[in-house]
Each structure stands twice: as C-alpha cells, then as structure tokens.
Design a protein around this ligand. Sequence first.
Ligand code: CP3
Length: 346
Amino acid sequence: MTRLLIRACRREPVERTPIWLMRQAGRYMSVYRAVRERHGFLQMVKQPDVAAEVTLQPIEAFGMDAAIIFADILPPLEGLGLQLTFEKGEGPVIHNPIRVPADIAALRPYEPEAVSGYTLEALRIVRAALPETTALFGFSGAPFTLASYAIEGGGSREYRRTKIMMYRDPASWQTLMTKLTDLVVAYLIAQVQAGADVVQIFDSWAGALSPGDFAEYVLPYVQRAVAETRAATGVPIVYFGTDMNGMLPLLRATGADVLGLDWRIRLADGWAQYGYDVAVQGNLDPTTLHAPWPEIERRAKAILDQAAGRPGHIFNVGHGIITETPEEHVARLVEFVQNYRYAGEA
Ligand code: CP3
C-alpha cells in the first residue's frame, strides 16, 4: 500500500486531492492550548510523548492526509553550540549568534541522535499511533533560513547581517552553508529512519533574495541537501519557500519532488511555469480561514479547479495557519477538499 499523499508527491494517479496544513498542530486548537498552558514550547518539543500527542491532535480532530511531527526548525542548531530560547511575544532568540569567522569555525558537528533524539523518538511514537493511510512528515529548515536565524539571532525583516556576510565574506558563507547543509541531510535521513515517509525543507525566508543571489549563494546547497537525502532514503522531498514567484525555474532546479506555492500566484500559473512536471503544494492564503465559510469554500474550489484533477497536487495553505483560525473552518476545509472531485475538462 502506498499512501495517498505519497502517491500525489510522485504524481501517480489519485482518487482525490490529499490535504494537510502547515502549522496544523498549534495554538488555534483548544486541545493544543490546554497542553501549552502546562509546558513551555521547547519543553513540548523535547518531551517525545507530549510532542507525539500534539502531532496527533489535528489528525484526530480533522483527519488530514498527513501528520507533521511537532518540532521546530531551530532546536537542531543547539547541537552546533547555539543557545536557543523562545521568548513570549518575541519568538525565537539565539543568544550567541554567528558574527565573525571564528564563530563558524567553533560550530560543533551535528549528531542527529544526540541532539534531536527527542524528535526521532516522537516520530517513532507517532508512526505507531497514526492511521495506516496517513503519511508522516519530517522536516528541517533549509540552509539559508537556518543561517539567517543563526546570524541575525532571531527573526528579521531584511536579513541585512545575513546578506552582508554573504556579499562581504563569501568564503565564510560557504563554510557556514556547508555545515548547515550537512546538518539538514543528517537530520532528514535520521527522521526517515525514525518513521517519516516524506520530508519538507522550509526555506521560509529565501524570498528575501534576488533570483541571481539565490542561484549563486543558496541553490547549490539546497540541491545537495535534496540529492543526498534522496539517495539515502528514497522518500519524496518537498521544498517550501514564500515570496519566490519571481524565481520558479530556480525552485524547479532544487530537484525536489514537490514545490510549495504561496497565494501570491494562481496555482495554475505557477504549475504551468513548471510544465506540470513536478508536484505542487498549496496555495490557500491562511488568513482566508477567517472569512465566512462560503468564502473559504469558493477559494478552495477555485484552487482545486485550477489543479483540474491533474495528479501531483497536494492541497495546503501557502504559509502556516495563523493563531486565531476557527477550528470549525479547518474541519470544513479538510472535509470539503477530501470530498471534492474535479468534474471539468483537464
Ligand atoms: O507545521 C507544523 O504544525 C509542525 C511544527 C512546526 C513548528 N514550527 C511549530 C511551532 C514547523 C514545521 C515549524 C517551522 C518553523 N519554525 C519555521 C518555518 C515555517 C514557517 O512558518 O515559515 C520557522 C521560521 C520557525 C521558527 C519559529 N518557531 C518562529 C518564528 C516561531 C514564533 C512564531 C510563532 O508562531 O509563535 C516559532 C514557534 C512555533 N513553532 C510555534 C509552533 C506551534 C508556536 C509555539 C507556541 O507558542 O505555542
């Protein structure tokens, strides 16, 4: 048996469009908030039974076609020697950011079991508890997005320090990106060994770069991460970024099996630029989920009709679900997509 979502990743024929939602486990769910009241966010990530419980919450409530392991892109950086906390209202903070070449030289090699053992254990628990037909996502931050947090020390608007290192000191950039790519590959392989049957690489902030700079300073590392992960595991690989519609051919060049599309482009237009020869994931604006249900349904239907029943479409939001989303709307969206059958001409 090959799971529906995995068949869609491979562009094999499917009886319906699979759906999962980025950030599907999170604060919009009351059962999540109940657990969160008792634990800090990192504490939840680091306790495998709690991480597993929260991973399963949206599957039990809404029945998406895939679970995504409850974790974060940043904790693996602790294994390199970076000190991470999540501050209330501030998001992630890295207390010893990378600023000079000596900081890069001092980074320790990443060892998946020693550093991320809690996430690997959570994957094992989740796989054993999930319905047989539900896929399980492992994930990693992409080298650029990890580098941007490591250098800026937290979230950023313009990624100035990151770009300045890239432009001013390409040798340091190369050393850092090489180390982060090694981390991505080791982490993804370990997650597949622990039970993930699909993996997603989050390059959430690569859209801050010009296409030329993405091609020169970032793409080669993503290509290596994709190629080495695929060679070692054979599972489908999703590459996700936002604000990258001006560089879709470069995304194609990553070699990923599935490419995320955000809502800033019509799904059909983005997919056509790929010649339909790669699977796509998307692309509802997550803020749409606050609209009255008929509006959400209209937009979801428009996306499904643009996909026109072609194999290789995975329904998703174009970026993570936002905090105040009504749970009822998520329930209805999953039901609507899972019951939708394209009726028109392909
Ligand atoms: O999609 C999922 O449900 C899986 C879990 C997941 C989380 N973070 C849980 C989380 C995933 C895949 C991530 C990825 C992640 N983390 C990204 C890339 C994806 C994206 O959104 O672009 C980034 C940039 C991060 C870093 C991060 N983690 C930030 C900036 C924040 C603070 C912002 C916020 O929403 O609070 C987090 C915290 C975080 N990661 C939460 C969750 C559920 C909120 C924690 C809480 O307070 O309950």
